[in-house]
Design a protein around this ligand. Structure first.
Ligand SMILES: Cc1cc2nc3c(=O)[nH]c(=O)nc-3n(C[C@H](O)[C@H](O)[C@H](O)COP(=O)(O)O)c2cc1C
Length: 380
């Protein structure tokens, strides 16, 4: 067919295909670690399902020749409002680990956020990238010096922002990890984590440690507050500071009054607190408070270009993907991640054209409706 676009991969036409093909290459325990979440995983499912509650409202006869998906984040121009959320231990999915992820992000000129629990050093990951922006995810642990060192290493390496995961005063209860007795394989390293081996040891070392040891050595700090964290962070760095895991309009207002640069509406992909609503629903509540005052992004459940479109229509300036990156890695390393991005961006471009949007700015909630229980569509 003359007008049919060529397929990027014979087996993987969608992200759903990528999930099927990618997980053929990992063990059951790894698959469940990647795909699982907290408790009964109601929120894991809700994150995806929420996107199906919104229907697209296409407008026709608009000039959509040469659709423009570009936007910016951290003051840097990027190809599209899509980036990589931080996720731990990419070497578990593919031996090239975060280097492969970083190269795929650079190739597509989109931002990458590196997890504190990455399996490769933040400097080499940044060096593998290009001029695309990088963020470093941090978590408050009881050893504040360790966090301080992570931030200054990221700043020295040229990272643009830190994403502070604020939904982690305690690790969520992930039942699959208990049932599978999951642990990272021996030899997998976490080179961005510095820990003190014992309370009495005054020498601080950079360790290559197992995840079980991470739990023991880098204990999360549940006593952290807005007043303690934000001024301290500002004193450490000139990088942008974004909070990841914001969920309510009240906390959006707090983030604005504390002068943060951005927020990510995130429930950690349903891995922390089961029973919170889908991020898309939280976004709808939070976006009006953020508008014009603080940058706002979303992650969780994004599996299609149309999902990106819907999140943008509901007020997100930027969207991040977590598991999709891991499935791409598991499928075919850097090429698999590149494929995942290309599928999503092709779908976004197509959705924009078919909805009559020439640029990201043109996407509004006027392009969405909700199907009511009486079978009628209602505009937002
Ligand atoms: C396997 C895995 C590991 C993750 N590790 C981290 C992490 O180290 N730090 C963090 O802030 N978020 C982590 N996340 C959460 C992601 O940043 C993101 O919020 C979530 O994956 C988005 O949902 P999605 O996977 O449905 O796109 C992890 C998610 C997964 C699936």
């Amino acid at each position: 067919m003359a007008n049919r676009q060529p397929d990027l991969d014979p087996k993987v036409l969608t992200i759903a295909d990528l999930l099927v093909e990618g997980q053929k290459n990992v063990t059951l325990a790894s698959k469940e670690y990647f795909n699982g979440g907290a408790g009964e995983m109601i929120t894991v499912r809700d994150n995806e399902d929420a996107y199906n509650r919104y229907k697209l409202r296409p407008r026709v006869l608009r000039d959509v020749d040469g659709v423009d998906m570009t936007t910016s984040i951290f003051g840097v121009q990027v190809a599209a409002p899509l980036g990589f959320a931080p996720s731990a231990a990419h070497k578990l999915a593919h031996p090239d680990g975060e280097l492969a992820t970083s190269r795929a992000a650079a190739k597509n000129n989109i931002p990458m956020c590196l997890s504190s629990y990455a399996s490769m050093g933040l400097e080499e990951v940044k060096a593998a990238g290009g001029s695309n922006p990088h963020a470093m995810q941090i978590t408050f642990v009881r050893d504040l010096e360790a966090t301080k060192e992570q931030i200054s290493r990221a700043e020295r390496a040229g990272y643009h922002a830190i994403f502070v995961s604020v939904d982690l005063p305690i690790l969520g209860k992930r039942l699959n990890e208990s049932r599978n007795n999951f642990s990272f394989p021996a030899g997998l390293e976490f080179p961005n984590i510095r820990c003190r081996p014992t309370e009495s040891d005054t020498n601080v070392h950079l360790y290559s440690i197992s995840f079980c040891e991470i739990g023991r050595l880098t204990s999360l700090d549940p006593s952290i507050t807005w007043e303690k964290a934000i001024p301290w962070l500002r004193a450490q760095t000139k990088m942008e500071i974004w909070l990841k895991g914001i969920y309510t309009p009240e906390d959006v207002a707090m983030a604005i009054s504390h002068g943060l640069d951005g927020i990510i509406i995130s429930n950690h992909g349903g891995r922390q607190l089961d029973g919170v609503p889908a991020t898309l629903d939280a976004l709808r509540d939070c976006a009006p408070v953020a508008e014009g005052k603080i940058a706002i992004a979303i992650d969780g459940g994004i599996r299609r270009g149309a999902d990106l479109f819907k999140a943008i229509a509901l007020g997100a300036q930027f969207c991040f993907i977590g598991r999709v990156v891991i499935w791409g890695l598991a499928y075919n390393g850097e090429k698999g991640v590149d494929l995942a991005v290309k599928i999503l961006l092709d779908e976004l471009r197509q959705t924009m054209m078919l909805c009559g949007c020439h640029s990201i700015r043109d996407i509004t909630k006027g392009h969405l409706s909700v199907l009511q229980s009486n079978g009628r569509l209602s505009k937002l």
